[in-house]
Each structure stands twice: as structure tokens, then as C-alpha cells.
Design a protein. Structure first.
Length: 319
């Protein structure tokens, strides 16, 4: 049963993160005010007993599972056990509890890093588990693959209306700009800003700059989540019988092209210096968004505009 009642109880897990906070804003703008929100201090979703007690007490109608341990290449490399163990625990506890209280629809959020490193481009949902993963984010990817597969198993055995949305690289207001744990776009945005402010002559870019990446504005991903919550179940099943949907723009840029955009938007003339001792990661990661387009949703925000909005937020809150 899809979301149709403005008074329905909606639990957004991970509501203070980049995506979770955007989802809360989108839900409120769409007229849904009966939101259940808990910080990680109030509710540790890695704790099975605490999660079960919470779901029994609140009994939400709908759940958006945005809670996760996330990070870039460096964070994945330094904390592999944390990435796989924390994400597996969060997912399993929430999915099992949601099944027990008969949640009407659950949207499980993940990343397109679940697809094989050498998969054909653009990445179709059917490519899942068809080859080896990219090593630099294997721990996170394995956990998210487990979550997608668990949703599919619960759909098959218990007829749970659980849907998995796999996002391409997200960025936006409220992003993580820590150079040790952030993803590529916010990390580079900070580097270019500091180069302008400190009048530095160059910016160090990891790898060759040749890999191609697709970037999705976090507010657009949040819009897609709210959209999917409202799609009738029979329509979802017709388009995505496995419950898996890619969310992206269908367009990518090289890291060097991204650097050119960032340099123009930040307004600095510093040179690019490539640190080729650092890994490139997957050569290309462009997703096929046919399923979402068939349902009637397309990402509205062009990359330059999204970067401008993100940089404005960074200057106000972080710079």
C-alpha cells in the first residue's frame, strides 16, 4: 500500500545525515507532518533489542532507512570492519522489526557501488552480483548488497512491500567536508575554497582525474524517495519486480571535468596536480535510470546549479 494519507506515521532512520535531513524537508514540504525521528543517541539501530522495542512502541506505517555508516575511499580503507559490521547490524535490525510490525512500505537506501567494478555502462539493476566489486569500497558495498537481497527475500517470503533505491554519488547542503572521511565532490570543493582563500597555487587531486562519475543533488534524491513512497504497489511491481531501482541523472563527468566546474564556481585559478599514488577507484560509474523514468521521475537539478547551492551552504556554515 503506497503513501496516501498525510497523517500516516513515517519513520525516517538517519534523519540528521545528508540524505535523511533532505528527506525530512521533502516530506514536510509535501504535507506529511507525522514524522518519527530519533538521533543515534536516542536509538542505536545496531542494538537489536532497542530497535525491536522502538518499533513495537511506535508501529510506523512507513519507513525510510537512510541510516548507515558512509564515507569515501580513505574511510573505507581505514575502517573496513566498522563499515561492514555497522551497516549489516542496522539493516538487519530495522528490516526484521519492520516485518514484525507489518510496515506498509519500507524504502531501503543504498549506493550504486553495489554493482561490479567492470560491469557494462550504464549500470542496470540486473547487473547486481554479476562480477567482482571495486576493492576501495567493498566493505560498504557487500553490506548494501546484503540489504537489497534481504529486502527481496522478505518480499518473496512474507510479501513485504520493501523497495531498494540505489543512489549514484550524492552531494549537497549538509554534506561531510572532512578531507579524511568525505566523498570526492565535497572534498574537492573544500580544497578549491581553501586554495582561493589562502591563495594557494595548486590543488592536489587523487589519482589520474580520468575516472568518470555521476553526481546527484541530495535534494533530488530525497524527492525521489518521497515520490517512490507514493507510487502504487502494482505499478512498482510492474516496473521493478525485484524491488530494485537506480536513482541518478543518467549523465557523468570525469574528475578533471568536475574540477573545472568547481574551480569556476569557487572562482580560483589554481593548478591541478594529480597524486597518482592514490587509487582511481572504479573507471566509470554511470547508472541506467530507465526504471525511475518509466515511473515518472527525473532528476531536476543540473550539476553546476547543485554545486552552486552546495558551495553557498558551505560558505555560510563551514568556511
Amino acid at each position: 500500500m503506497h503513501l496516501e494519507n498525510a497523517n500516516a506515521k513515517i519513520y525516517v532512520a538517519g534523519h540528521r545525515g545528508l540524505l535523511g535531513s533532505a528527506i525530512v524537508r521533502q516530506l514536510r514540504c509535501a504535507g506529511f507532518q507525522n514524522l518519527i525521528l530519533r538521533t543515534s543517541k536516542d536509538l542505536d539501530l545496531r542494538d537489536q533489542s532497542a530497535t525491536d522495542i522502538f518499533f513495537e512502541a511506535e508501529r510506523p506505517d512507513f519507513v525510510v532507512l537512510a541510516a548507515a555508516r558512509v564515507g569515501g575511499i580513505l574511510a573505507n580503507d581505514q575502517y573496513p570492519a566498522d563499515f561492514i559490521c555497522d551497516n549489516l547490524s542496522i539493516q538487519n535490525n530495522v528490516l526484521q522489526a519492520a516485518t514484525r510490525v507489518h510496515v506498509r512500505r519500507l524504502v531501503f537506501l543504498g549506493s550504486t557501488c553495489i554493482y561490479p567494478r567492470e560491469a557494462p555502462q550504464p549500470l542496470k539493476e540486473s547487473y547486481l552480483l554479476s562480477g567482482p566489486l571495486e576493492e576501495t569500497n567493498r566493505w560498504y558495498a557487500v553490506a548494501k548488497i546484503a540489504g537489497v537481497t534481504q529486502c527481496q527475500a522478505l518480499r518473496r517470503q512474507h510479501r513485504c512491500d520493501f523497495v531498494s533505491l540505489m543512489a549514484t554519488n550524492l552531494y549537497g547542503p549538509g554534506d561531510n567536508f572532512d578531507l579524511q572521511t568525505s566523498h570526492v565532490l565535497p572534498a574537492l570543493l573544500r580544497k578549491f575554497h581553501e586554495a582561493r582563500v589562502l591563495e594557494q597555487p595548486e590543488v592536489i587531486v587523487w589519482g589520474s582525474g580520468k575516472p568518470r562519475r555521476e553526481f546527484l543533488f541530495s535534494e533530488d534524491m530525497a524527492e525521489a524517495c518521497v515520490f517512490v513512497l507514493q507510487v502504487p504497489e502494482e505499478e512498482l511491481h510492474r516496473v521493478a519486480p525485484d524491488g530494485l531501482l537506480n536513482v541518478g541523472t543518467g549523465q557523468d563527468v570525469s574528475i578533471n571535468e568536475l574540477c573545472g566546474m568547481l574551480r569556476d564556481i569557487v572562482d580560483t585559478r589554481c593548478a591541478l596536480v594529480h597524486d597518482r599514488s592514490k587509487p582511481d577507484g572504479t573507471p566509470q560509474k554511470l547508472v541506467d535510470v530507465t526504471r525511475m523514468q518509466t515511473l515518472g521521475w527525473t532528476a531536476p537539478t543540473p550539476l553546476p546549479l547543485g554545486i552552486e547551492k552546495t558551495y553557498a551552504w558551505y560558505q555560510k556554515h563551514c568556511a
